[in-house]
Design a protein. Structure first.
Length: 597
């Protein structure tokens, strides 16, 4: 049994000092508003919208009918978005929104702080309940407290004749008064090593196999540990921070601001070694629950909620939950002067003959390029043939230091904003600055099987002028040759990528927009052959870029094809993961075990 002491009980709001000011929100962009497209958002209708805490709460609960369903939907989202690993501790505290978008991991107090921040958006009260070695929270709605533990991965039902379906999620006081809600309310599946609610175990219901049953304690904790914890619980009040995680953004936001020549690409893969884990961790961030020798992480291999979303990456270097990488790129088209309006600063410079040149020959010229996005930078490289001097500022332009453009990773690692100043007296061509960024791929608007509606918005579309915003999705379609009923019948994992395959040929959807097009919506159909079962596509990247007139978007993978729904395809779908485990199923016959058909 894994001990609950994995998560030491921490006091409220630790403030850590002695690190770079990387924790701060990106400094305000210095480009003029009229030259930069701001708050470029891409939202997929079946994925959570992680732009703000409010949009997360709204998007994951949109199909919920009751407060219990909303509580479970938030719980399910957090199972997808976050995994177990020690706190990412930025100086001054890590905002919940930043923890979700940049990192994707934490321990009990941090996970439950993010949960409580989402509850606050629903208008609910919350309170922290301390156990020996563990931090939990409860939500107050419908006149009572309710306990959902996103670290231990459990919640429990109690009878309530006033509630829809005659039940509601129990509080810790309920569990302490009646331990049978835990000990008798669950059944153990020996083969899969998980627990199910007795009234929501895998079995045949109404002639259909109930494969969406919600497993609990998937990281080897035990129900008995909950009983021991609630018996020794203490009320810790309702602060808005715990440990290293806090509710408030303190200036952080997820705004993607793009000028001509800029592109932000978010990949679903991790660039080896390109991770950031403050304050100074030496190990790569990775889901840390035992056993760690499994081919597939325990937290999703038997879970119908998060498993199908994550299983496409098994065998492609992503079977262990970890960070993901992306690239913030400035590589402008030097055939016109569109880039000049989006620079942070410039002096005595113009575009001529496909190069940057001094406007007044013989005198020094300079440009200052801002590298800033919602995702922390981990590496940076560049080139600018003909430049006499390269400097960098990480304090909003107050001071500049010389830098080697070929690799200035040490200057930007752990930061969200930097200014690169290039000074030259001769023509400069082939300009390219690229920063590798770290993000949480489970917070990116992924695609689902069936029809996806994508919405693209920007705060100031008119700033595009004659330029275009281009949005690109790249992914691999797939299918499964067995049903979930057949998989369960063979006693195998739901999310082990068994009997599933994904095309080697990538599919690309690329849409370009001018100012009058925004806001815009378009659809992406992810089909399944008629004789196969649907799976989530294997996502490759999402890119946003602003291109100048006559400029081509960045290249897509070689051999990529446009989406197509053939005559032998259907737009099959899978159930919403956020509703699983929230609605009442028929009671199991006496003596029927989890997994029995």
């Amino acid at each position: 049994m894994r001990e609950l002491t994995l998560c030491p009980l921490l006091g409220v709001s630790i403030l850590l000092s002695g690190w770079p000011a990387s924790w701060a929100a990106p400094a305000p962009a210095t480009q003029p508003d009229g030259a930069t497209l701001r708050q470029v958002r891409v939202v997929a209708d079946k994925a959570p919208d992680c732009s703000t805490i409010e949009t997360i709460a709204r998007s994951v609960t949109r199909d919920c009918r009751t407060n219990d369903e909303k509580a479970v939907a938030i719980y399910n989202f957090l199972q997808l978005a976050l995994y177990h690993r020690a706190y990412p501790q930025e100086s001054g505290g890590t905002a919940a929104l930043r923890a979700l978008n940049v990192y994707g991991w934490s321990l009990c107090g941090g996970l439950h702080t993010i949960q409580a921040a989402l509850w606050r958006e629903l208008g609910w009260k919350w309170r922290y309940i301390g156990w020996p070695g563990h931090t939990t929270v409860e939500a107050f709605y419908d006149g009572d407290w309710h306990y959902l533990d996103v670290f231990l991965k459990c919640y429990f039902w109690r009878p309530d004749p006033k509630a829809p379906g005659g039940r509601t999620i129990a509080s810790q006081a309920d569990l302490a008064a009646d331990p049978s809600l835990v000990l008798d309310g669950l059944v153990y599946d020996e083969g899969r090593g998980v627990y199910y609610a007795r009234a929501d175990a895998p079995r045949t219901v109404g002639g259909e196999f109930h494969w969406t049953a919600r497993p609990f304690f998937v990281c080897t904790d035990k129900p008995e540990g909950v009983i021991g914890g609630v018996e020794k619980r203490s009320d810790r009040g309702s602060p808005t921070s715990w440990g290293a995680i806090k509710f408030e953004n303190d200036g952080y936001n997820t705004d993607v601001n793009l000028s001509p020549g800029y592109a932000l690409t978010l990949d679903w893969r991790a660039e080896p070694g390109a991770w950031y884990w403050p304050p100074d961790h030496k190990d790569m961030p990775m889901h840390g629950c035992p056993p760690r020798l499994d081919a597939v992480d325990r937290d999703y291999r038997n879970c119908p909620v998060i498993g199908p979303v994550l299983e496409p990456y098994i065998g492609s270097g992503g079977n262990k939950r970890t960070y993901a990488s992306g690239t913030l790129l400035f590589e402008p088209d030097l055939s016109n002067d569109a880039l000049l309006a989006g620079l942070a600063d410039s002096n005595n410079v113009k575009v001529a003959g496909g190069k940057l040149v001094p406007a007044e020959p013989g005198k020094p010229a300079s440009i200052t390029v801002e590298l800033a996005c919602p995702y922390v930078m981990t590496r940076a490289t560049g080139r600018a043939p003909g430049v006499d001097k390269a400097e960098i500022s990480v304090d909003g332009g107050r001071t500049f230091e010389p830098v080697d453009l070929s690799d200035f990773s040490a200057s930007v690692k752990g930061r969200y904003q930097a200014l690169v100043k290039l000074t030259f007296t001769q023509p400069v061509g082939g300009l390219r600055l690229a920063a590798t960024v770290q993000h949480n791929r489970c917070a990116v608007p992924y695609l689902s099987p069936g029809r996806n509606t994508i919405t693209v918005t920007a705060a100031n579309p008119a700033s595009l002028g004659d330029n275009r915003l281009v949005v690109t999705y790249v992914y691999h379609t797939g299918s499964r040759s067995r049903t979930y009923e057949q998989i369960f019948g063979k006693g195998e994992w739901i999310a082990g990528a068994k009997y599933a395959e994904w095309s080697d040929t990538p599919t690309v959807v690329q849409k370009g927009f001018v100012a009058k097009d925004l806001p815009a919506t378009f659809t992406i159909d992810v089909p399944t052959p008629k004789d196969k079962q649907p799976v989530y596509p294997r996502m490759v990247l999402l890119r946003r870029e602003v291109v100048a007139p006559g400029e081509k978007p960045l290249p897509v993978p070689a051999g990529a094809v446009a989406p197509k729904v053939g005559s032998n395809d259907e737009l099959k779908t899978l159930p919403s993961p956020f509703l699983m485990g929230s609605r009442v199923q028929a009671a199991a016959p006496t003596g029927q075990q989890a997994g029995a058909d």
